[in-house]
Design a protein around this ligand. Sequence first.
Ligand code: NAP
Length: 249
Amino acid sequence: MPHPIVLVTGGSRGIGAATAILAAKRGYDVAFSYQSNATAAEQVAEHIRATGRQALVVQADVSLEADVLRLFRTVDEQMGPLDALVNNAGMLEKQTRLDQMDVGRWNRVLGANVIGTFLCAKEAVLRMSTRHGGKGGSIVNLSSAAARLGSPNEFIDYAAAKGAVDSMTIGLAKEVAAEGIRGNAIRPGLIYTDIHTSAGEPGRVDRAKSGVPMQRGGSADEVADAVLWLMSAQSSYVTGTLVDVTGGR
Ligand code: NAP
């Protein structure tokens, strides 16, 4: 029995790394991409190989179509047909008000979070959909609670990008529901990863956690558990759903 294959974008750090490693522990061969941190990517690959499963590491900026096409071609050639895609790669920039943002920032944030999700979802559908001769599969998009909170004074651009990911998830799930593909999104809340350092506030989760009903931040592993459930047959009748992993926030 061949092992199922998953592609995790942005698998070198944070939620993507936790998802890639948990997938390997659950029996998946794991392909994952990273943007620039090759050392972190190699460490994740070592964790995957230690479970006995295959790891394939590919550098690719998901906002660039040529990189995404190369990423999927590499997975086709070196691993085989995908069973699942986790659209995890995402980023945000320094906290600021909307009236201090410029159009370059909006292009970068929408490029990585929205265009990247679109490009990878398209390539996955072209491979998984029964309409295109595929065997079906599961797509899990990493959105954010920011999509419904709006992130005032911090990153409205990022919140808007994740709102677009939510709409894309719902529409795509309906479009391919009869073609063997399920599509869902996870909306994490405040999770301990490096992304808050990118926002200019490494201690953001601890500063804001009193606003979380459960009074704590979440771990990347807690998000990965939800991703793995959406990838698995245990969620076989779940599609077009946005799953909040937020401690009640
Ligand atoms: P992170 O720790 O900053 O890691 C981001 C990962 O994405 C890294 O592997 C990075 O690669 C990769 N990446 C970033 N931009 C990329 C691009 N343009 N192309 C390819 N890869 C790219 O982030 P995280 O906190 O784990 O976040 C993962 C996902 O969850 C994101 O979509 C994020 O928006 C979402 N999320 C996170 C939180 C949270 O509190 N942490 C909350 C809600 C939603 P390198 O290592 O090479 O830089």
